[in-house]
Design a protein around this ligand. Sequence first.
Ligand code: NOJ
Length: 481
Amino acid sequence: MDTWRQVFAINENKFPDDFLFGTATASYQVEGAWNTNGKGENIWDRYTHQYPDKILDKSNGDVACDSYNKLEEDVRLLKNMNVDFYRFSVSWSRILPKGFAYQVNADGIRYYNNLIDLLISNGITPMVTMFHWDTPQNLEYFGGFTNSLIVNWFEEYARILFDNFGDRVKFWITFNEPKQTCAEGYGIGTKAPGYKLFGIADYMCIHNVLKSHARVYHLYNNTYKETQQGKIGITNDAVWSEPKTQSVEDVEAAERGLLFTFGLYTDPIYHYNGDYPQVVKEFVSARSKLEGFSYSRLPKFTPEEITYIKGTYDFFGLNHYTTTLVNNVDPFPIGDPSQIKDARIRTSFSPSWPKTASSWFKVVPWGFTKVLKWIKNRYGDIDIYVTENGYSDHECLNDQERINYYKQYLSALLDAIYDHKVNVKGYAAWSFLDNFEWNDGYVNRFGLYHVNFSDPQRTRTPKASLYYFKNIIKNRKLIKL
Ligand code: NOJ
């Protein structure tokens, strides 16, 4: 890794005065208490219990970091980090055990009220994600995000959140990484609910997620914003697409790849024309026709829907971790539909990119600058909050590689601010704690605090990176190692 350390010059500028530092988690990954005090089952409870083999260490989030019971301690640790904000998510089925608004779990309201109050009394701003992948299981029986009625179900859930927490929560994120819910949950089937309906259900899902997001944005804007004075947005994840060669075909394929994996989710909200990217519409439609469909597998928005969804943001929420090389491929033979076949791309990694513990993830700091520039070029000068960025290793307290990662990626972020005038307003390190890393269980760790998962107390211990991150917050610049 020494060569990697030397290749990049560190940006020594200061973070802007109003730049906010935070850290992030998600309900299923940290809370535990999966069936305590009235919480309903969600799709990750079901998936991990039913298919333990799909999780690397056959584990689940039943106890996770036990953050449900360790709220005071967690807030003390956050306070010790000196973060400006803490991004956490609300478990829909802890608030509404059946997903629907007819049955509200008072204990869920109590729990999040306590968390929010404790954060605020410690000077930490809550940033609240309404949905981080844990759909109530009961709603999945009705098709979950493939059922267009979820727009109403999500609106009713959001109304309860605004009514109960909106007086104190000033940052709302409707959805975290819809691509994972849709493409992995309903497409490839590697995440809950685990359906392999690629090229069809994944597109139905994103259609409904975008409509649900817009409905809740308008609900907030029309009914709550004036009194509650908060901001509302959505978080999407971008993997930067770098052309594998400089051939016209590969350069076009890289752009197309980004539009399929990112623009599909962001254009309808942020692009001045709204709607899905033109190239995505064309490629899915052409491929659908070849496959014998009389319509495109990508559902169409009506002109009214395009207008309704366009502009539904107060900021741009971005999760970013890595980059891939993309090359163009010839049309695939006709068979089962898939987004990859629609996009006609192949992705790979350069062997020179440093590895992490996660198979999908290599260290490529310059991709971060490129993705931030791309967002500004395509969507204009929007306030961007990086709602997640971080590094995975195996269990390790002296995590020098994580320190390196933060240093290089934050330097790339400063490059975007100073060299390209991208308006990045905040940054959340993923993650506050080692936690349940979905299919990678507790094997791959992202935390600034180590958590001992074999200890019933789930003891938290600061890692070297925690001290490094604290120093950045204190100095407002990247110190040299
Ligand atoms: C993004 C997801 O939002 C988060 O839940 C996950 O743990 C991290 N990526 C790392 O994979």
